[in-house]
Design a binder for this molecule. Structure first.
Ligand code: ZN
Length: 366
């Protein structure tokens, strides 16, 4: 999506209520984001914040120690138009209609009814599958703000966004759970009942959802990323070089296991079938998955097959069957992944770059 295809409206509603709507005019994706909050004035970094909310959104820049990348240069050039005044920014895309913009910004109730309508629609639906993830405002572990995004994964629509300040919840580690908690409370209030939720494997989130009796699945991408990194490291060891040829297959195997299974035993059986498969054995003892589904044909590269008992095979087996991996594979999301959420977070990066510090209100606008 190009920058030209994006319109952002930030509309002040009373002193403390703020509605931000991001509209993407892509072919398929329409994202309506509404942030509803009553934030305490103590959260705002500058004293005059309550009276002049938009003026406080001017970023305070950290001293730069490294050379800036090209992307950051572009951001810096284009940003003043966004935060230097209270005026509505002028969109440059071909679909821009001044009357439309005027109506949208002048009639706040119309804008705020958009997400309400989505929530209303969701509350009437069955089998709602949500995806949630936290985006921290800075890289590493020193983040001040985290924005928790909740998305309807069937339509890829952002339905809620909660901005959490780390010192408000006792540290960065607790922001994810707090964001999720607030978001779920709002959805419950609006009568949205969900079938399941897909997130990463944050331990606090696991515990919280388990205690709340909510069906929880793990996003495959988050899990695959960690495991692939581990396998790549193993493959660089002496005697394990053969594993390099299997990295991609194992990654695909995880996605396939998640997408093609409906129960925990099936997922487990399919996942462990890889240990026979890498030995060129394609029938398995587990009745839940007795045979590989691929056609059996003579291999063109016989050197790729591993041998049982070799360091490569033993280390692979150890990495893929450790207690935590086996437990988590059973909970991989069968249908929906949070990739759209990740895409949305990359989009926000254009408005709230991680190397710039913003006060609460400035962050909220972004
Ligand atoms: Zn096979």
């Amino acid at each position: 999506m190009s920058r030209d295809q994006l319109k952002v409206y930030a509309v002040p509603v009373q002193d403390v209520d703020l509605v931000t709507v991001v509209r993407c005019c892509g072919r398929r994706n329409t994202l309506y984001v509404r942030t509803q909050t009553n934030f305490p004035s103590t959260d705002v970094g500058v004293g005059t914040a309550a009276a002049l909310p938009f003026l406080t959104s001017t970023p305070i820049k950290r001293p730069r120690k490294r050379r800036r990348t090209e992307l950051e240069e572009v951001e810096e050039e284009e940003e003043p138009a966004e935060h230097s005044s209270v005026d509505i920014p002028v969109p440059h895309d071909s679909t821009y209609d001044p009357v439309d913009t005027l109506n949208e910004s002048a009639d706040v109730t119309k804008e705020s009814s958009v997400p309400t309508a989505i929530l209303q629609q969701l509350s009437e639906q069955q089998n709602v599958v949500l995806g949630g993830d936290l985006r921290a405002d800075s890289p590493g572990h020193s983040a001040k703000y985290g924005s928790y995004t909740m998305m309807d994964l069937r339509t890829n629509t952002v339905i809620d966004l909660q901005l959490v300040q780390s010192n408000e919840v006792g540290g960065r580690y607790h922001m994810e759970k707090e964001g999720l908690k607030r978001s779920l409370a709002l959805l419950e209030e609006r009568g949205v009942t969900m079938e399941s939720i897909v997130t990463d494997r944050h331990p606090q989130i696991q515990k919280f959802l388990r205690e709340s009796n909510i069906t929880h699945y793990y996003d495959v991408w988050h899990m695959e990323k960690g495991l692939s990194r581990k396998l790549l490291k193993i493959s660089q060891n002496k005697g394990c070089e053969k594993l390099t040829k299997w990295l991609c297959s194992i990654k695909n195997h995880m996605y396939w296991t998640a997408a093609s299974s409906t129960s925990v035993p099936e997922r487990t059986a399919k996942w462990t079938s890889i240990f026979n498969h890498v030995l060129d054995v394609h029938t398995h003892d587990d009745p839940a998955f007795p045979q590989c589904l691929h056609p059996i044909r003579p291999s063109t590269d016989r050197s790729k097959w591993l041998t049982a008992g070799t360091p490569a095979f033993c280390r692979l087996e150890k990495a893929l069957t450790n207690k935590r991996v086996m437990k988590d594979v059973g909970k991989l999301s069968p249908h929906y992944q949070t990739s759209s959420l990740e895409a949305f977070h990359s989009l926000i990066l254009r408005f709230a770059p991680k190397n710039v510090v913003f006060p609460f209100l400035g962050m909220l606008c972004r």
